[in-house]
Design a protein around this ligand. Structure first.
Ligand code: 5GP
Length: 144
């Protein structure tokens, strides 16, 4: 069994948390941040991350993981309402072999419509004005 590498603070989501890179933010509190995926697999594709430095499910404190999922539930309900979705796909990948590309734990929340497939991962960067519009829709659905 291979050993999991240590958390690397130079990952993209750590930079977003430190304000070194921009993001279309949807929700923020002292423990979690939610922002739009830059290459959405469906409109409204949101990522929820803990503020604590955790690589993935293998090293995160269970309480921090539970909190991220609590916020993921809130975002799932808001995303379903904001995009008049029929359902919501939740994904969370761990280590390269598990499909993880960015090594700061994140939960994908993807509003889904019946019969509409998701785009493949990393297929296209969304226009900033569309992401801004979608983030505003989500914030409104969250009552913010
Ligand atoms: P995963 O690690 O779960 O496979 O996927 C990482 C996700 O992060 C992908 O869905 C990708 O589109 C998204 N992503 C990669 N770089 C950025 C970025 O700079 N900003 C944002 N908002 N999302 C990103």
């Amino acid at each position: 069994m291979s050993h999991a590498p240590a958390y690397d603070p130079s990952n993209i989501f750590a930079k977003i948390l430190r304000g070194e890179l921009p993001a279309h933010k949807v929700y923020e509190d002292d423990r979690a941040l939610a922002f739009l995926d830059i290459m959405p697999r469906c409109p409204g594709h949101t990522l929820v991350i803990p503020k604590t430095p955790a690589r993935n499910i293998l090293d995160i404190d269970p309480e921090d993981l539970a909190y991220v999922h609590k916020i993921a539930k809130t975002i799932a309900i808001a995303g379903k309402a904001a995009f008049q979705a029929d359902g919501v796909t939740i994904q969370q990948f761990n280590e390269e072999a598990g499909g993880q590309v960015v090594f700061h734990l994140h939960v994908h929340i993807i509003p889904r419509h019946l019969g509409v497939p998701m785009k493949p991962p990393a297929s296209a960067m969304e226009k900033p004005e569309i992401l801004a519009e979608h983030a505003a829709l989500l914030r409104a659905a969250l009552g913010q």
